[in-house]
Ligand binder design. Structure first.
Ligand code: HEM
Ligand code: FES
Length: 780
């Protein structure tokens, strides 16, 4: 394909003088052949936008597309940086027609007095936040919780209608109609001609994000004009009512109270835009999720067996195959994105679907991994002060759909079919989704209680604690005196995922609490091995493991998670283990040996018989190993071992807290960052309201201010305000809830940050750390 030429508007490229025929960007720089060929309306992008931009993520993450007249941004960090700064990157073009209207279409729109203008999503500051703050209440977890029974009822009614049928197109039967009805209920808009509303929405999507042919343009404009007219009529009807309930009524009321903040035109534009925003996004996301999950029967079966995983699975589907795949911004000044200069007024298409597949942020991004613990970082809801206000309603709907189907139709299968998509840049989901099942096998035929035995999930981002996997104990045998070696396998016989040295599992005990055990077998054997010391003076977890874990039983585990990563770049390593602390250390030693690195392993314990893995260590690490059994009067002399600091050496240690404290003290004269330790307990991190003070937190990306009272953690308060911050341990041990600090003195309570990191005052762990003073400013 020959590049399409585009006239340079400004400047010239310092490296290359473009010839007449070559495509150039508005800055005058030549456009690469792939960039010149890029067309989001062609098959590759329409079928799979993340895949279609793989080349860009890898080689040219910001490029100018002459065919679209937009700058395309495909990497996670660049997209997030744009979302963060809506002053430099204005959202004003978010609802602009990506294909300008033809004269005929324009005439049609004028006939309908079409005046779609500012809503929330395309409004600049300061007007936007003033409006958003006024309208947030309907999205609080409590307010949304009240809609759950309505969503459940609607899904159930639709499912009842098909459950004995054996075959259905789920999109036609319910995936668009339920979200549309939910949206209308949420907004307080009367349910009218649903088919007509669906046609209107399709016209609106094609009009805004599509490339209709000249003939289609007129037809689409008719649909859009009618939608505009219809929205105005419904709005007038609602304005005449004084008792109505729903988010549109909140807006009407605010329009009465503060007409300069919630303006008349806003009301009419919003009425039209929100019907689409609130339903199409969710309908398509649900269809995508079912398609992805059903095309992986083993994953579907896991969800049926373990419904706790549904929120995490829905989130992972939003990451892997979201319904909004690209969003727009306009540069308000010349600005550099990913090292490329975008001129003032440059239009930007952020391909969020591509960012969601960026390996620099998501490990194995192309895999659909329902156990992924940072899926919540996806960009499908946008980010920052415009981030989707309805995300928790959308999540709720997807979860209820999945929960009802996995319970009532676990034997559902995806039919072979060719999927089609409405051609546009931003909204994506199959137009039909055919599934089949054998109604004779419906569990409710045997047990009618299955129909109503529901599982409810809290409103909000999925909780890390719910990402639990069932594993079977394949072997449980003594590893040393008082140490039980346990080998875990997948109950369905699949390989368990590989892990990296330093990883641990959280084993969930029957009382609901979890205990951490480091993985210590070969990392890619398809099974997982841990060793558990029976701690008489402990909290009872290890005793339960010793008494109850037998071959054949199932355990519930979270992970593997790695908060103790091995930096493989050093020249030499000192590995130090005390007692059962050998478990992560042996995995590190195995890895270093395989890499051919230089290392010493110092292992102290009570006696040879109580020290796990001695035989294996002597066999595999004989020359590098030093053993210190106390019973043989062998003592690990840290002052001697650590006397000479060495630039090229890294220390990794695990063992009792007193050993770790001694190491911290003993390496004070070593270069910063030499010592890496793993803590398994977090004294000092848990909240004690009696000794805390309240403080204020200003969130710069979201343009919000929140109060943290003495009895709540910063993380809890952020979540209540609708900010999704990933978390895991929630006791200052793992680092997953880290947020960037812009201003303010932090009272650090975690065990993750080094002294230098603390001193830099630029980050904190939101699950445990607080403000020293009265205020913190965070980049959230
Ligand atoms: C904004 C996606 C469901 C209401 C947005 C944005 C995206 C999005 C990408 C723009 C964010 C930005 O500019 O940073 C989605 C997806 C959904 C969904 C993927 C479902 C899976 C909903 C629902 C509602 C809703 C159910 C309403 C009840 C809104 C509103 C905004 C918005 C009001 C504008 C927020 C602002 O600009 O301040 N959504 N949405 N969305 N969404 Fe959603
Ligand atoms: Fe683990 Fe905060 S969630 S440090």
């Amino acid at each position: 394909m020959t590049p399409v030429s585009h006239r340079a508007e400004a400047g010239g490229c310092p490296f290359h003088q473009a010839s007449q025929e070559e495509a150039v960007s508005p800055t005058g720089c030549p456009v690469s052949p792939r960039a010149a060929e890029f067309d989001p309306f062609e098959a590759p992008y329409q079928l799979d936008p993340a895949e279609a931009l793989r080349w860009s993520r890898e080689q040219e993450p910001v490029f100018y597309s002459p065919r679209l007249g937009y700058w395309i941004v495909s990497r996670y960090d660049d997209i997030k940086a744009i979302f963060r700064d809506n002053h430099t990157f204005s959202p004003s073009i978010a609802l602009e027609k990506i294909t300008p209207a033809s004269k005929e279409a324009q005439a049609v729109l004028e006939r309908y007095d079409y005046g779609m203008n500012r809503t929330l999503v395309n409004e600049d500051e300061p007007a936007h936040m003033a409006r958003r703050r006024e309208l947030l209440e309907a999205f609080s977890p409590e307010a949304l919780e009240a809609h759950a029974p309505m969503v459940r009822r609607l899904v159930r009614e639709k499912l009842d209608a098909i459950v004995d049928r054996g075959r259905a197109d789920l999109v036609a039967e319910m995936f668009w109609e339920v979200p549309l009805t939910v949206a209308l209920h949420f907004l307080g808009v009367p349910e009218e001609d649903m088919e007509q509303l669906r046609r209107f929405s399709v016209a609106h999507t094609l009009n805004t994000w599509g490339r209709p042919s000249p003939e289609q343009q007129v037809e689409v404009a008719e649909g859009v004009g009618k939608f505009w007219q219809y929205s105005g009529e419904v709005l007038e009807k609602m304005q005449r009512q004084t008792q109505g309930k729903g988010w549109m009524y909140d807006m009407i009321e605010k329009n009465r109270q503060k007409p300069d903040v919630v303006t008349d035109n806003y009301l009419h534009s919003m009425m039209m835009a929100i019907i689409v925003a609130a339903h199409e996004t969710t309908a398509l996301a649900t269809a995508n999720a079912f398609r992805q999950l059903l095309s992986r029967p083993a994953v579907w079966d896991e969800l049926c067996d373990n419904p706790e995983l549904i929120p995490a699975a829905a989130e992972e589907c939003l990451r892997h195959s979201g319904s909004v795949v690209a969003w727009r911004r306009r540069a308000t000044r010349e600005v550099s994105v990913g090292g490329v200069t975008i001129p003032e007024d440059g239009k930007i298409l952020m391909v969020t679907a591509s960012g969601n597949h960026d390996p620099s942020h998501f490990e194995n991004p192309d895999e659909l991994d329902i156990y992924r613990d940072n899926a919540v970082d996806h960009l499908t809801f946008g980010y920052g002060s415009h981030q989707c206000m309805g995300k928790n309603l959308g999540r709720m709907e997807m979860r209820i759909f999945l929960e009802e189907f996995t319970r009532r139709l676990p034997h559902l299968e995806l039919e072979e079919q060719a999927f089609t998509f409405l051609p546009n840049t931003s909204f994506r989901g199959p137009e039909a989704l055919w599934v089949r099942w054998d109604p004779a096998k419906n569990p409710e035929r045997q047990d009618p209680a299955v129909r109503t035995a529901q599982h409810d999930f809290p409103v909000g981002a999925p909780e890390a604690h719910s990402i639990v996997r069932r594993v079977r104990v394949a072997r449980a045998e003594p590893e040393a005196e008082g140490v039980l070696g346990v080998t875990l396998t997948d109950p369905a016989g699949r390989d368990l995922p590989a892990w990296t040295p330093g990883s641990h599992l959280d084993v969930v005990l029957p009382i609901g609490e979890a205990r951490k055990y480091s993985l210590c077998g070969p990392p890619d054997a398809g099974d997982w091995r841990v060793a558990v010391l029976n701690e008489e003076a402990g909290r009872g977890g290890s005793r339960w493991m010793h008494e109850s874990v037998r071959e054949g039983i199932e355990l519930r585990v979270r992970g593997p998670k790695n908060h103790f990563r091995l930096d493989e770049s050093a020249q030499h390593y000192l590995l130090i283990a005390g007692g059962i602390g050998i478990t992560p250390i042996i995995a590190m030693a195995d890895r270093l040996r395989r890499l051919g690195k230089s290392y010493e392993l110092h292992y102290a314990g009570r006696s040879r018989t109580s020290m796990a893995f001695i035989e294996r260590l002597e066999r595999d690490h004989g020359e590098s190993l030093r053993l210190y059994p106390k019973a043989e009067n062998q003592r690990l002399d840290l002052s001697e071992l650590l006397a000479e600091p060495c630039e090229e050496t890294l220390l990794y240690a695990c063992g009792p807290e007193r050993l770790l404290s001694a190491l911290e003290a003993g390496t004070a004269h070593w270069p910063e960052g030499s010592l890496h330790v793993e803590h398994f307990t977090a004294e000092g991190a848990l909240l004690d309201p009696k000794n805390e003070h309240a403080f204020q937190v200003v969130l710069t990306d979201s343009e919000l201010t929140v109060e943290v009272p003495p009895d709540r953690t910063l993380l809890q308060v952020l979540r209540s305000a609708g900010i999704d911050v990933p978390s895991d341990c929630e006791e200052g041990l793992c680092g997953s809830c880290q947020v960037e600090v812009v201003e303010g003195e932090v009272d650090h309570r975690d065990k993750v940050l080094t002294a230098a990191e603390r001193a830099s005052e630029d980050r904190l762990m939101s699950c445990c750390s607080r403000a020293k003073g009265k205020k913190l400013v965070l980049a959230l």
